[in-house]
Design a protein around this ligand. Structure first.
Ligand code: FES
Length: 122
């Protein structure tokens, strides 16, 4: 996680998100995927696949295993951690999330960097 100061931005799209569901949103110019896990916790990741930038929200989502399969080429991600399952060795960029009185906010680092990872062939 970056050490830069964070700008907390409210995400209306995530407000009424059911547990076990996910939604994509543009947050302060960033494409973000917000997951509301079955245990009630939230997580937010880059919204575009590290492979070829397909929208991850269009993928196949299994809320029980918290696994998302990209609709592009079936790469799979563990949405509890953002880790690549298949292939391993890639990871989604993760944004901090804060929920207060049902209002979901995402922390966007103010460091002028690109906040998503691309997969690098070894
Ligand atoms: S774009 Fe996601 S697996 Fe290829």
């Amino acid at each position: 996680m970056a050490d830069a100061p964070l700008k907390w931005v409210e995400v209306p799209e995530a407000q009424d998100l059911w547990e076990g569901d996910l939604v994509d949103a543009e947050v302060d110019g960033e494409q973000v995927l917000i997951v509301h896990h079955l245990d009630g916790s939230f997580a937010a990741y880059q919204g575009l696949c590290p492979h070829q930038e397909v929208l991850l929200a269009d993928g196949k989502w299994d809320e029980e295993s918290a696994t998302l399969e990209c609709s592009g080429h079936a790469w799979q991600f563990d949405m509890r951690s953002g880790e690549g399952i298949n292939p391993a060795g890639c990871r989604l960029y993760q944004f901090p999330v804060e929920v207060t009185d049902g209002i979901v906010r995402i922390g966007i680092p103010q460091d002028e960097l690109v906040h998503y990872n691309r997969y690098q062939e070894a």
